[in-house]
Design a protein around this ligand. Structure first.
Ligand SMILES: Cc1cc2nc3c(=O)[nH]c(=O)nc-3n(C[C@H](O)[C@H](O)[C@H](O)COP(=O)(O)OP(=O)(O)OC[C@H]3O[C@@H](n4cnc5c(N)ncnc54)[C@H](O)[C@@H]3O)c2cc1C
Ligand SMILES: NC(=O)c1ccc[n+]([C@@H]2O[C@H](COP(=O)([O-])OP(=O)(O)OC[C@H]3O[C@@H](n4cnc5c(N)ncnc54)[C@H](O)[C@@H]3O)[C@@H](O)[C@H]2O)c1
Length: 474
C-alpha cells in the first residue's frame, strides 16, 4: 500500500470537466486531489473535439476557397493529407499531457496518476500502473468526472475484426482508401466529412431514416445532400449484421448485401465510464449513468458527498457543458464546505440551469450546423405554445458574398406566450460563429421586441436575425 492522503475534495477523472471542477474548488479554498488513469485533458483533448476539428478544418478551408471564383482556380491540387495529420498531431501534443499536468500543479491541484475506484463513503482507492495502491479520503466530497467510452453493438466478429471507434478515427496516421461509417449521429457525420475530405472513399450506413436525428430535420437533410455531392455514399435503413476481416473487412448488411472496405468506424454512441469504478460500494449500479440534481449531487447516494459532472451524468455530452458544470459544481462544493449560502433559483450561480434550457452545439460538417435550446419537436413535446420561423440563408446578402451558391437555412422557435426564443438552428457554411448570439438570446430570454433593436452589421450572415424577425412579424 502506497502513501495515503486526505483532501477536502477528490476528483476522479481529469478530462475538461474534472479539471474545471477541481480548479473552481481550489479557488473556493479547498485542497483537491485529481485522479487520472490515462491523459490529463481527457477524451476531448486527445481523441475527440480537438483532433477531430484539426482533421476537419483544412479540407473545409479548401472547400471554401474552391467555392470562390478567383480563389478557387489557385487551389485545384489534392489536399496534403500528411501535413493535415502532422498538424493534428501537434494539436494533441503527440498524445502527451505534460503541459496539462504542469497547469494542475500551477493552480495547486495534486495529480494522482492511476485508476480510481470508490470504496464506500468519501473513500477512493487508486491503483497505479505499477500496481501500487493509494487510499484517498475526502473530508467533504468526491466528484466523479470519468466521462464515456465508445459503445459498440454486440455483433458477431466485431471484437476480432479490429474496427475503429472514435479513438482510431481521430488518431489514425494513414488515410484509408475505403472507410465505412456506421451511425448517423454527430461523430459519424463529422468523421465521414473529415476522412472524405482527406481522400477516403466513404460509405455511411445509417440504421434510421436521417442524419443528426436529435436536431431540426432540415439539418440532417442538408448535410446528407452535401455529403452525397462530395461523393460520399450515404445509405439509410441499413443495419450491419456482422463484420469479418479477411485482409479487407467484409460487412454483412443483410438484405443490403455485403460491403467491402479497408476500415470501419462504429460511431454508435457512448457508454458511461463507470463499469470499474466501485459504484457498487456506494449502492449504485456499475456501468450506469450517474443521475444528479442541478447542483451536481448524485441523487441515488445519501449523505450529500458524491457529485458527478460532465458526460458521466448524461445531462449533455459536450465539453463546454461539462466545463460549465465543473465551474458551477466546483464552486457549490466549496460553498457547502465553507457553510456559505447557495443560490438555487433558476439561473442562480449554484445550479446548472443551461443544461436544461440552452445547450449550444456546433456540428463541424459541410454545411456547419449550429443549434441551441429546443427544437420545434422538443418544444411541442414539452407542451409549449410555439411557432417555428424559417428563413433561407441563401437569400441573406452576406451569405451570398461568403460563398457562391450558398445553401443554408435558419429556424427560430418562438415561445408565443412570452415572445422570446426557445431555440435557434443555423445550417450553412460559416454559421458556427453565429451561434453565441443565439445562445445569449435564449439564455437571457431577450424579448423579440428588444431583438428588433439589435441591428446586425451589413453585409454579414448575421443579417439572418433581421430576416427571421421580419418573417415572424409578417
Ligand atoms: C469524436 C468526438 C468528437 C467530439 N467533438 C466534440 C466537440 O467538437 N465539441 C464538444 O463540445 N464535444 C465534443 N465531443 C464530446 C466531448 O469529447 C465530451 O463531451 C467531453 O470529452 C466530456 O468531458 P469529460 O471531462 O466529462 O469526460 P472525458 O473527456 O471522457 O474525460 C474523462 C477522464 O476520466 C478519466 N478516467 C475515466 N475513468 C477513470 C478512473 N476510474 N480513474 C481515473 N481516471 C479515469 C479518463 O481517462 C479521462 O481522462 C466529441 C466526442 C467525440 C467522441
Ligand atoms: N461537434 C460536437 O459537438 C460533437 C462531435 C462529436 C460528438 N459529440 C458528442 O458526443 C456524443 C456521442 O456522439 P455519437 O455520434 O457517438 O453518438 P450519438 O448518440 O449522437 O449517435 C449515435 C448514432 O448511432 C446510431 N446507432 C446506435 N446503435 C447502432 C447500431 N447498433 N447500428 C447502427 N446505428 C446505431 C444511433 O441511431 C445514432 O444515430 C454526442 O452526444 C455528441 O453530442 C459532439
Amino acid at each position: 500500500m502506497g502513501a495515503s492522503g486526505e483532501f477536502d475534495l477528490v476528483v476522479v477523472g481529469g478530462g475538461p470537466t474534472g479539471e474545471n471542477l477541481a480548479d473552481r474548488a481550489v479557488a473556493g479554498g479547498l485542497s483537491v486531489a485529481l485522479v487520472e488513469h490515462q491523459l490529463v485533458g481527457g477524451e476531448c483533448s486527445y481523441w475527440a473535439c480537438v483532433p477531430s476539428k484539426a482533421l476537419l478544418r483544412p479540407p473545409a478551408a479548401l472547400r471554401e476557397a474552391r467555392r470562390l471564383p478567383g480563389a478557387g482556380e489557385s487551389v485545384r491540387g489534392a489536399i496534403d493529407a500528411d501535413a493535415v495529420l502532422r498538424r493534428r498531431d501537434s494539436f494533441v501534443g503527440d498524445w502527451k499531457d505534460d503541459g496539462q499536468a504542469e497547469w494542475l500543479a500551477s493552480v495547486g491541484i495534486e495529480l494522482v496518476r492511476g485508476h480510481g475506484r470508490l470504496d464506500g463513503e468519501r473513500r477512493v482507492v487508486v491503483e497505479g500502473r505499477d500496481g501500487e495502491r493509494r487510499v484517498l479520503t475526502a473530508r467533504h466530497a468526491v466528484a466523479v468526472c470519468t466521462g464515456t467510452t465508445a459503445a459498440l453493438p454486440p455483433l458477431p466478429g466485431l471484437g476480432a475484426a479490429g474496427v475503429w471507434t472514435s479513438r482510431e478515427a481521430t488518431s489514425a496516421h494513414e488515410v484509408p482508401g475505403r472507410l465505412a461509417v456506421v451511425g448517423g449521429g454527430v461523430v459519424a457525420v463529422e468523421m465521414a466529412t473529415a476522412w472524405a475530405g482527406l481522400g477516403s472513399r466513404v460509405t455511411v450506413l445509417v440504421r434510421g431514416s436521417g442524419l443528426l436525428p436529435r436536431m431540426e430535420p432540415f439539418a440532417g437533410e442538408l448535410v446528407a445532400e452535401a455529403l452525397a455531392d462530395a461523393g460520399v455514399d450515404v445509405r439509410f435503413g441499413v443495419s450491419v449484421g456482422g463484420v469479418e476481416r479477411a485482409g479487407e473487412l467484409v460487412l454483412d448488411l443483410g438484405e443490403g448485401g455485403e460491403l467491402r472496405t479497408d476500415e470501419v468506424l462504429f460511431a454508435t454512441g457512448r457508454r458511461p465510464a463507470t463499469g470499474d469504478l466501485g459504484l457498487e460500494s456506494v449502492g449504485l449500479e456499475p456501468g450506469g449513468w450517474i443521475e444528479v440534481d442541478d447542483t451536481g449531487l448524485a441523487t441515488g447516494v445519501p449523505g450529500g458527498w458524491l457529485y458527478a459532472a460532465g458526460d458521466v451524468n448524461h445531462r449533455a455530452l459536450l465539453t463546454h457543458q461539462g466545463k460549465y458544470q465543473g465551474r458551477i459544481f466546483g464552486a457549490v462544493i466549496a460553498d457547502r464546505a465553507a457553510g456559505r449560502e447557495l443560490d438555487m433559483a433558476p439561473w442562480g450561480r449554484s445550479v446548472a440551469t443551461a443544461d436544461l434550457a440552452a445547450v449550444p452545439q456546433v456540428v463541424f460538417a459541410d454545411p456547419e450546423v449550429a443549434a441551441v435550446g429546443l427544437t420545434l419537436a422538443e418544444a411541442e413535446a414539452a407542451g409549449r405554445r410555439v411557432r417555428a420561423v424559417d428563413y433561407d440563408l441563401g437569400n441573406v446578402a452576406g451569405a451570398g458574398l461568403h460563398a457562391d451558391g450558398y445553401r443554408g437555412r435558419a429556424r427560430a422557435v418562438v415561445d408565443l406566450d412570452r415572445e422570446t426564443l426557445l431555440g435557434v438552428t443555423f445550417v450553412g457554411p460559416g454559421v458556427a460563429e453565429l451561434l453565441h448570439s443565439a445562445t445569449i438570446a435564449v439564455t437571457a430570454e431577450v424579448p423579440l421586441a428588444r431583438l428588433w433593436h439589435a441591428v446586425p452589421a451589413f453585409p454579414t450572415i448575421s443579417e439572418v436575425w433581421l430576416r427571421l424577425l421580419e418573417t415572424y412579424r409578417g
